[in-house]
Design a protein around this ligand. Sequence first.
Ligand SMILES: [Mn+2]
Length: 330
Amino acid sequence: MKTLSEKLLATVHQTGNIVLATHINPDGDALGSLLGLADILSRMGKKVFRYLEEPVSHLYQFLPDSHLIRTDLEELASFVREAGEDVLCIALDCGDRKRLGKNADVLLRIRPFLVIDHHRGNDGFGDLAWIDFTRSSTGEMVFDLAAALGQSVSVTAAEALYAAIVTDTGSFRYEATSAHTFDVARQLVSAGVKPDLVSRNLYDNFSVARLRLLQMVLATLEVHCEGRVALITVTREILDRTGCAMEDTENFINLPRSVTSVDVAVFLKEVGDDRVSVSMRAKDACDVAEVAAAFGGGGHRNAAGFKAAATTLDEVRGRLLQELRHRLGC
Ligand SMILES: [Mn+2]
């Protein structure tokens, strides 16, 4: 499954109607991979349905063709109906079927169901999969898929895939950033990507309200384990007071992670009255995918998370710190 199979390539070549899907709360890699592949397939003459459960966050509306994304299940159903037998679905950057969201069953009924992903722990759901967890990003894999399909990438696809790679490598800083990643990035820049523009769109996108949100979230900083664990929190109250949405907290976790002594950065998010979502970022001392799995979540060794229901911020904080102290031996 680590290599792209001839069968997967032949299946894509032979099929005229393709539904593309990704994980819920999609990040730059999820959306960039989806929009990039959509452009590549469209230029091959295929009809493409770009499906998301929720509309695209304003943070990613700069991505080319983001306005072509559809959230309507009726529209999806009629696309599939009109396609008859000539249809397939590809899930991108999605580590397991649950991450497809509340309409996972609807998507999984589209056969064959293909999976292209780089999440460790992906058990290879679907009919045909290409899963390579040594890859920096799904965007990098989509570029190689295009080449294997004999397609060059347009500037539209290149911009989307470049944004995908920049997002998941933390601007070419994280572990899975390889010589091949840079080679793909080089080819995307040759295809017309302006790296400064993508970076500005991805990172220099704050409103004043969002900066105040960051200020209030950073004020919640707690440090544990002699500086090895840093934890920040966002409450519903903070969101209400700043007029921001949860999506505006994207990337905030990188600030506690940037502290020299920190091995694990934790971001606790109060998503509802009794629901807490947790993001973790780690350096090499701790595998946070394992920590997340202990709480029913998942992810990568250095970036993972989980959701907890019928609980409180304090309870989740207590249980998680206990687990981290145990694993870090502090
Ligand atoms: Mn990814």
